[in-house]
Design a protein. Structure first.
Length: 266
């Protein structure tokens, strides 16, 4: 039975923010001789070939766009339009994002964001979503050449939130990323906004309104378990001639440090 959850970790795009894919398709396909999905595939390959420092990450998109423009010999006007494109304009917060994060904080849980999104200045998007004051830690694995569902990135966000993986609720819109979280011990849930209702048994939720429900359920289950085990726990300590210790917990695991993934921590 899961214990009380001390942290909630969200993916960014598709979970906290919607991506305006139709707007992106119109903008890029009217200016490039390749479809948007092929541009996206090129961008993924480009990112995997790079190991930028945090400072260099800020210029990756412009560098990539310049290479594409050179490859297709695009005219100066189109080149200028592509280079000045506001990447952040594609993101819009889901209306349930802020309430979910707020309810998590109100219940004493820490809030993290773990995203494969190759966007250096994610603080700008968090401000745009009114989430920045609610988020305790953000990890962007692409800076180290890592990606979900690699185990290191989940362990890293747990370390930054000062919790054990099994104390985390994790939400993502990609099944593979949810499975990666579960592998390291997190309670992972798929966010499928096309669903008509939550299916907690199958670990699928239709939106983030399920977050406070899951936190409350885990807290209640943990309290019930504590009540059931309290007499035996007290007796064990009494037999050793000492009082039960309150608030003690196991030492946190020490996975491979991924410090350069850390972007924002309050």
């Amino acid at each position: 039975m899961p214990g009380a959850s001390r942290a909630v970790v969200f993916d960014f795009d598709g979970v906290l923010n919607a991506v305006a894919r139709d707007a992106a398709k119109v903008f890029f396909e009217s200016r490039l001789p390749i479809p948007l999905h092929r541009l996206g595939a090129r961008w993924e390959l480009y990112l995997r070939s790079r190991r930028p420092t945090l400072d260099q990450a800020a210029g990756l998109w412009r560098e990539f766009v310049a290479l594409v423009c050179d490859e297709f010999l695009l005219p100066p006007q189109v080149r200028s339009e592509l280079l000045s494109f506001a990447y952040a304009s594609l993101f819009e917060p889901y209306p349930d994002a802020w309430p979910a994060a707020m309810e998590a904080k109100r219940r004493g849980a820490r809030v993290g964001v773990l995203s494969n999104m190759p966007f250096h200045n994610i603080d700008a998007l968090l401000k745009q979503s009114n989430l920045i004051e609610l988020v305790d830690a953000v990890l962007l694995p692409f800076i180290d050449g890592l990606r979900k569902p690699e185990p290191e990135v989940y362990l890293a966000i747990a370390r930054r939130l000062d919790v054990r993986p099994e104390q985390c609720l994790y939400f993502d819109d990609d099944n593979a990323n949810v499975a990666g979280a579960v592998t390291v011990g997190m309670q992972g849930y798929l966010v499928d906004r096309a669903r008509p209702a939550h299916d907690i048994r199958e670990r699928v939720i239709r939106d983030l309104s399920a977050v406070p429900l899951l936190l409350d359920h885990n807290a209640s289950a943990a309290a019930e378990e504590d009540r059931a085990g309290e007499p035996a726990h007290t007796a064990r300590h009494a037999n050793r001639g000492c009082q039960p210790q309150c608030g003690s917990r196991e030492s946190l695991p020490s996975p491979r440090t991924v410090d350069s993934l850390f972007v924002h921590q309050q």
